[in-house]
Design a protein around this ligand. Structure first.
Ligand SMILES: *Cc1c(COP(=O)(O)O)cnc(C)c1O
Length: 495
């Protein structure tokens, strides 16, 4: 059955997946949502005999119904290949009653690779299907992680160029080095004199400039975005929850139809929403545990039914979750409002105007499968240390939020259900915080010395993504003022 995509904010026409992927955001500012969640049409037993790529096909074919089998399989083959350092793509590590689903074996060692390695293929295929002959130019503003994952995903993908803007003095030295050493003839990286908001505003202005769009079109280009609200990023994330369940079955860790809990360290609510979709497709998931760091807007929301972003923004050691507006939550709000776009639009208006909205009691009962938890910095560090001491297993600061949050949940609920914890970044990506959590003495060491120490102590090899940047030459050195961004883009495109 065909799946069409509708906006969360009005009853404008529904579009096929390829159009939703090309557009990213609906014209009314809403997010695209599938008009129904398809049920898996192969059994979990059958899925347990499949590879990651095969599971990916079985899941994604149900959502991207206007893609042919050949098109979709080509996208999947192009994405989940030797860019990943393990054939399992998303391996599970058993620790006690929990299973860490390691989503960090891709090119930039964070879970964003799971979707950003396939998005370029989905996007270029969508362009072809819709007879778009222009070259696609991806514009991205980044505060660190997304930029590198997008660069790695789009590097040397025919028919695309990618331009990433980052705040020159606003990212970590490792993050900057990762970006400015990016290979690929179609990649451009630019530091701007300004902060992340300036970069973001500059990019938005270019997206909404009709004159510029016209100029680009005349030269055979058009802009697109790799933003996390794109359905082309959400759908590939459903795959690994289905895969995780299938692997647990295959390895006889769970019985047929046994329920599991899923725990996700959450920022923009994309990853946990994918788990919710997996549950709705028929994966036996009991609780969806949404773990926040000290920016605990979501925890408070699940407690009270009020989403309130009016609070201080706290810088934590899990920076990819330092977020006060979780964009993808809108998709859940729309759904628990009974797919009522008017009601959702009103709540989102309250959010943008006053920074707060409250859902009805009726909507709140629809959230019964979700549990909100959070973990303090102290709890996260302690969790990293004790996991290392008891099991020799080292997790990163984001995963620690989920793991520590889940401990709190289990203590309070006595729930003994087996749990899958989404492990969203390699500890090597946040080496300093991780090593400091294990022992304060490490704080005195240099970055790369710490990397070698982590390798020794965790008995794992240093990932390629880190090895590479030790010696990689700088390939991008453009720096500009914030009002020069458009000119820089034109220079790159030769227009
Ligand atoms: C982006 C990110 C998250 C948050 O994921 P959302 O889908 O935005 O909720 C968590 N951990 C890491 C390491 C990330 O990069």
């Amino acid at each position: 059955m065909e799946v069409l995509y509708k906006s969360t904010r009005s009853n404008s026409e529904a579009v096929p997946a390829s159009k939703a992927i090309l557009k990213g955001l609906a014209d009314d500012g809403g997010l695209f949502v599938p008009d129904h969640i398809p049920a898996l049409d192969v059994s979990l037993q059958d899925l347990s005999k499949m590879s990651y790529k095969e599971v990916a096909y079985e899941v994604m074919k149900l959502f991207l119904t206007d893609f042919t089998e050949e098109e979709l399989k080509k996208c999947i083959d192009g994405a989940y290949d030797e860019k990943f350092d393990t054939e399992a793509i998303a391996p599970l590590t058993e620790i006690g009653n929990t299973y860490y689903l390691e989503l960090y074996h891709g090119a930039t060692i964070a879970f964003k690779d799971m979707a950003l390695s396939i998005l370029p293929h989905l996007l270029t295929t969508s362009a072809k299907k819709n007879k778009i002959e222009n070259e696609i130019v991806i514009l991205t503003a980044t505060s660190g992680d997304t930029g590198k994952a997008a660069l790695a995903g789009f590097a040397d993908v025919p028919g695309t160029k990618i331009i990433v803007f980052y705040p020159k003095n606003g990212v970590s030295p490792i993050q900057e080095k990762q970006m400015v050493t990016q290979k690929g003839d179609n990649t451009h990286v630019v530091g701007i004199h300004g902060n992340f908001d300036d970069a973001q505003t500059g990019v938005k202005n270019m997206f909404h400039n009709p004159e510029l769009a016209k100029e680009l079109n005349a030269k055979g280009f058009q802009f697109s975005s790799a933003n996390s609200i794109n359905i082309g990023r959400l759908v590939p994330q459903i795959v690994y929850y289905v895969y995780a369940y299938a692997r647990l079955l295959a390895e006889e860790k769970i019985a047929d139809k046994e329920m599991i809990n899923v725990v996700v360290p959450t920022g923009n609510f994309g990853n946990i929403l994918a788990a919710f979709y997996a549950k709705n497709m028929g994966v036996p998931i009991a609780k969806l545990v949404c773990a926040s760091n000290e920016n605990k807007v979501l925890f408070d929301f699940f407690q009270s039914g009020t989403y309130d972003r009016n609070r201080d923004f706290i810088l934590t050691s899990s920076p990819s979750m330092d977020i006060l507006i979780s964009s993808n939550l809108e998709r859940l709000i729309y759904r628990i409002a009974g797919n009522d776009s008017e009601k959702n639009a009103e709540l989102m208006k309250n959010l943008s105007e006053g920074g707060v909205y409250t859902i009805t009691d009726e909507m709140k009962t629809e959230l019964k499968d979700f549990v909100g938890e959070y973990a303090s910095e102290e709890e996260c560090f302690k969790k990293i240390r004790t996991l290392y001491e008891e099991y020799g297993y080292v997790i990163d600061t984001h995963t620690a939020v989920a793991s520590a949050g889940y401990d709190t949940y289990v203590k309070q609920s006595q729930d003994q259900t087996k749990a899958v914890i989404a492990s969203t970044a390699s500890p090597y990506k946040f080496t300093r915080s991780v090593m400091k959590a294990i022992d304060e003495k490490y704080d005195k060491m240099e970055d790369f010395a710490l990397v070698d120490e982590l390798s020794k102590l965790s008995n794992t090899s240093v990932p390629n993504a880190i090895e590479e940047i030790r010696t990689a030459p700088v390939l991008h050195d453009t720096v500009c003022e914030k009002d020069e961004m458009e000119q820089v883009v034109k220079n790159f495109l030769g227009i």
